[in-house]
Write a protein that binds this ligand. Sequence first.
Ligand code: ZN
Length: 296
Amino acid sequence: MASEKWHFRVQSAVIIDSHIHLFQNRVLSDRSEFLHKDKAFCALYSPPKSRLASRSQIIDYMDKFSISKAVVFGFPWQDPELFRENNDAVLEFASRKPERIIPFATLGLDNADAACVEVERSLKSGFRGIGELSMYENGWDKASIGTLNDCVRIASSYRVPVMLHVNEPVGHNYPGKVFVDFNELLATIGNFPDVDFILAHLGGGIFFYSLMPEIAAILKNTYVDTAATPYIYDSRIFDISVNLMWEDRVLFGSDYPLLGLERYLREFEKSSMTDAQKNKILGQNAMGLLKLTSGE
Ligand SMILES: [Zn+2]
């Protein structure tokens, strides 16, 4: 049920949330069986307070905060049957709300053949991007990096963005935090200069190195999203990421149902970003990247 309209001052003409997770119905109705089937799912979702959102909750959240469109994706299950089923649920949701839901397909990377088949299948069937891809269980090992490159190669032929889960290589540990070797990450991005990458969670801070010209060249088509950052950084991170030449390449992403827009706006208010910069982050940058029009 739609809740009361929310009254925070939002300047942005268009708000796009570029990071929302949706699970398939049988996971939504009882997650317990799946905790035993996937270690990463268990690590992230065994605490009952780790919420899972239904399609109607996602739409209610979007309505409440005047979010026009959202990029929605599932979970990178290890079991191909589960990631296919999750992608099907995302696509079905998008087909019911085509003007609001932008479907991305996600998948586990430890079975190379199954992963490539799924990237091809999903992009053929109308997904608008790949991700959020993650290597929760094995980390950035050689085999997973190879599979990732194979998947990005297919995505590049469909000219769609690829979103990667990237954590900061230092600091406190938390469920879902994966050590990412920035050299390996940069090598993968560098292999595909025409692909638009979206690095979730502000790319683990990798944007800092874009002050180095050779790294700026590799990251020229790379975006970062804000997902979960209020749990990680203080609000100065937004000034810093925007001013380190990323004003056009920072995307608002909530990681809903983990957090919602309200929490990010509170952080944005504490920052020194101009209204124009906030509008870019909240929607304009995603509109450009995803080639959206406000009437779409
Ligand atoms: Zn993530």
